[in-house]
Write a protein that binds this ligand. Structure first.
Ligand code: GLA
Length: 705
């Protein structure tokens, strides 16, 4: 039996692989048939308990039942009838892989199980990685055609990153995120049916409708307690996760890039590597699960996690496409007065872009709007003490553009089909090396020419009629396009170390662990209504930390919902993330501008708590919800509480703060009131909310003993 202390171990005699994290154990056994079979994922088990786990392969109860030993990556052979994570065809038409185990590697927290097909030239490595002080297990698969030049291609119809299995539970509940444009990240908790439940994006982006994150529990977990198993896929194109609750009571899910029906051809010598699909077991409820993800994203995903996200101003809701140098300069001056640290010039600055009908693809300043180019605006923004950011949508093109006129063949399109236009635009095929090279060159030049410190990288349509004329393996664009986006972002960051990138796809259509590995934050939603945002932000926070959640204060009535809300409420909601300003400041009263400047200043005081602290979601009584941010050492606390609608005019009961230390004492630094931790954790704090709808409060507490 392997030594307990080692985070990763493999015992040759028993075929048992064990990954140990601070609060979980993951165990796999390579079965007699050569297939790695799942043994355990969950509570920490000692050596004896692991040794006593049932054999990897047990016979099925009858000739009509599936093999009961769950796979780490299910192939299409044997008595396997659930969703297959590996689907392939060899040149002679044979489907599926039959493995024999060829070895393993354990190094630096990484385990690789090496497999080869018994008959065909195919090898796979199932890869696992654990990191110090984290319960997240990262998994991926590397598949290789090992045949001689004349051995014919292998068609890969599906290569999932991992299959995850939870221990048998009395019931299963699925938490996941659903939505649409303007309504992203709505958290749902649904009882899992005895069936296959598919979460997927078929649109070439992560999508607004679903996010590749899910959590499983037995239906009793709460924010504060209970076992939760959750997974997140690091991929920003189409994806698919199939959750299978079988009639016997076992639940497994398999997931990876690409949706059903697309294939990839492996020629001899070629490999296909899946993206990382991470899993996390947490014994402490949904809140602890989210905090563990937040920590993982900070320590192992984000490129610059320690840098404070700047308070930005973005001109989109203020000016739409109607941008020009005097107007933007005026906005920049007002933004600087409010304390903004970054000014982002949004859509409309380039080509013939005066509406969404033209100009995409022509990334040179629009002469009528910026007769001397962007440099004068960039210089003025820098002179005002702010960084300068630019909106770009490099993957897209309008037919009415010089780029499309010069290169109509650059778009993703099956030539014998209609080319559906969405928002009057088509999508460029970044899988083509010439298009990738053009995009990189263009963006690199833009950043250089304009001294841009920030790019808001948008994508305002999805893939339709996917095709690649003349290419023998056109489906690969679904994966290669996304990989090219990643490569360009990585190169830009490497060549311009100060450059920051904000991910965006018509709001929150591309937020995932893949894009966050090369961006600093994601635009959460085009819906900036603070009431709707409370729900959107609640869903977003299940996986993503507040520092990645771009949140703007915009005008009232809100442009999307028509709802009128006080400035303070809008601020208190947006302050829960990376604060931005997005209103037409030229219409704000002097009073509003002063109040906004004061609230921006307060945000800067609590910014490090919000952006780098530990987040606790609170569900208060009397229609109140809140988010509590605590510093790592438990000394500093910021609580943002919101009550969108008053109920019967009653004041809400105290808001309990269970994350505080009941043995400590705290000072409300704004009110000068001392509190006992025992009272705050149980009876709660009196919010003293103003009467009426859209009431909110920021409470700052400091531990005194
Ligand atoms: C998308 C973005 C918006 C804005 C517009 C510009 O919808 O989400 O923030 O940049 O595009 O066209």
């Amino acid at each position: 039996m392997p030594p307990l202390a080692s985070p990763v171990s493999f015992d040759r005699t028993s075929g048992l692989a064990v990954l140990r994290t601070p609060n979980s154990v993951y165990a796999v056994r390579v079965g007699a048939d050569g297939s790695p079979r799942h043994l355990h994922w969950g509570a920490v088990l000692d050596t004896d308990a692991l040794g006593g786990l049932p054999a990897a392969t047990s016979p099925a109860a009858s000739s009509f039942e599936a093999d009961p030993a769950p796979d780490e990556l299910a192939s299409q052979t044997g008595a396997r009838f659930g969703p297959a994570g590996l689907q392939l065809r060899f040149a002679d038409g044979t489907r599926g892989a039959q493995w024999h185990f060829t070895g393993h590697t354990v190094r630096d927290g990484e385990l690789r199980l090496r497999l080869a097909d018994r008959r065909y030239p195919l090898a796979a490595e199932l890869c696992y990685r654990v990191r110090p002080d984290s319960d997240v297990i990262e998994r991926w698969v590397e598949l290789t055609h090992t045949g001689a030049d004349d051995s014919g291609p292998i068609t890969v119809d599906r290569l999932d990153s991992a299959s995850w299995t939870v221990p048998p539970l009395p019931d299963y509940r699925l938490s996941h995120l659903v939505g649409g444009w303007n309504s992203e990240f709505q958290l749902r908790r649904d009882r899992l049916p005895v069936a296959e439940t598919v979460l997927t994006s078929r649109c070439g982006l992560t999508s607004h409708q679903a996010n590749p994150w899910l959590a499983l529990d037995d239906g009793t977990a709460t924010e504060e307690g209970g076992e939760v198993w959750s997974t997140a896929l690091a991929w920003s194109g189409s994806w698919r996760i199939a959750v299978h609750r079988d009639p016997v009571g076992r639940t497994t899910w398999t997931g990876g890039f690409g949706h059903e029906g697309i294939s990839w051809t492996l020629q001899p010598g070629q490999s296909l590597h899946s993206p990382v699909f991470s899993g996390l077991y947490t014994p402490g409820g949904f809140g602890a699960a989210s905090r563990a993800w937040h920590t993982h994203i900070r320590t192992s995903v984000l490129p610059a996690p320690d840098r404070d996200r700047p308070v930005l101003y973005n001109s989109w809701e203020a000016t739409g496409f109607d941008v020009d140098q005097p107007g933007q300069t005026h906005l920049a001056q007002l933004a600087a007065r409010l304390g903004a640290e970054l000014f982002v010039l949004d859509d409309g600055w380039f080509g013939s872009r005066t509406s969404d009908r033209a100009g995409l693809g022509d990334w040179t300043p629009r002469p009528k709007a910026f007769p001397d180019g962007l440099r004068p605006l960039a210089d003025e923004v820098h002179r005002l003490g702010m960084a300068f950011g630019l909106w770009v949508e490099p993957e897209m093109v309008n037919r009415d553009s010089d780029l499309y006129r010069a290169h109509p063949d650059w778009v993703i399109h099956a030539p014998t089909r209609d080319a559906t236009e969405l928002r009057n635009q088509l999508m460029l095929n970044f899988a083509r090396p010439d298009v990738e090279a053009w995009a990189h060159r263009t963006l690199d030049q833009l950043v250089r020419d304009h001294g841009a410190d920030w790019l808001k990288w948008d994508a305002n349509r999805v893939v339709t009629e996917a095709g690649w004329a003349g290419h023998p393996d056109p489906d690969r664009l679904w994966i290669d396009h996304t990989r090219a986006v990643y490569r360009i972002m990585d190169r830009l960051r490497a060549d311009h170390p100060g450059l920051r990138i904000e991910a965006c796809a018509g709001g929150g259509g591309r937020a995932d662990l893949g894009i966050l590995a090369r961006t600093d934050q994601a635009w959460t939603s085009d819906n900036t209504d603070p009431v709707d945002r409370i729900g959107i932000q609640h869903g977003f926070s299940q996986l993503f930390p507040a520092q990645t959640m771009a949140a703007w204060v915009t005008d009232s009535p809100n442009i999307a919902t028509g709802r009128t809300t006080p400035l303070r409420f809008r601020f208190h909601v947006a302050m829960a993330g990376a604060l931005g300003l997005g209103g037409d400041l030229t219409t704000w009263s002097e009073e509003d501008l002063d109040e906004a400047a004061a609230l921006v200043a307060v945000y800067k005081e609590i910014r490090s708590l919000i952006q780098h602290g530990r987040q606790h979601r609170l569900n208060g009584l009397g229609g109140v919800t809140a988010v509590h941010y605590a510093s790592e050492d438990g000394a500093e606390h910021a609580i943002l509480a919101w009550r969108p609608a008053t109920r019967f005019g009653h004041a809400p009961p105290g808001l309990a703060l269970p994350a505080l230390d009941p043995t400590a004492r705290y000072l409300d630094v704004d009110e000068g009131i001392a509190h006992s931790g025992a009272v705050l954790t149980r009876q709660g704090i009196d919010l003293r909310l103003p009467a009426g709808d859209y009431a909110s409060r920021l409470i700052r507490l400091r531990r005194t003993i």
